[in-house]
Design a protein around this ligand. Sequence first.
Ligand code: E4P
Length: 217
Amino acid sequence: MKFFLDSANPEQVQEVLRWGLLDGVTTNPSLLAKTGQPYAEVLRRICALVKGPVSAEVVATEGQAMLEQGLRLSELGANIVVKCPATLEGLRATQALARRNVKVNVTLVFSVLQALAAAKCGASYLSLFVGRLEDLGQDGFSVVEQTERVLRDYGFPTQLLVASLRSPAHVLRAAQAGADIATIPFGIFQQMLVHPLTETGLAVFLKDWQASGQKIG
Ligand code: E4P
């Protein structure tokens, strides 16, 4: 499973790159607005840092306007993937962008049928928002499992990206449900790589080694 960072913060991108675990980045209008910086500058910076795909979302509601915004966004970096919402207009824009060889991530997907429609429209990725389903008491991960099965059964090349993750346990469940990608907020990324038993175990090993007086190299 690929790990993407769900963030529009170039410093966070740089930090996760340093860990050697970054396969891509997803942004959305809320994350970009939070930076307080011009969106094009932020996206150019992130695209220059990351080799993998960087998702940037259109903010129009009408298909033609989404297409125009998508084409503009795609000029910010060779690795930009344009995010279009899973609305009827968003699906129109997805087809138009895909026909022009622009990669599209269909976002705000909450059901298997929305996912199937996105795949049929030529989406390279689809973003299933499990956390927002779970927030409402619905089983987001059964939607992931069913979507994964439908995409595989019909042989769609669309990659299933699990978004809106709320905890390390959600990342694990995304992996168990067969997601191709988990897009992970920075805090959860840090949390899932740290185990207290690793920290205390290492401290004991180092103390015992120091007490022995031996040296390596
Ligand atoms: C990423 O692609 C999504 O926009 C993001 O994961 C949404 O997360 P949220 O539900 O926490 O806003």
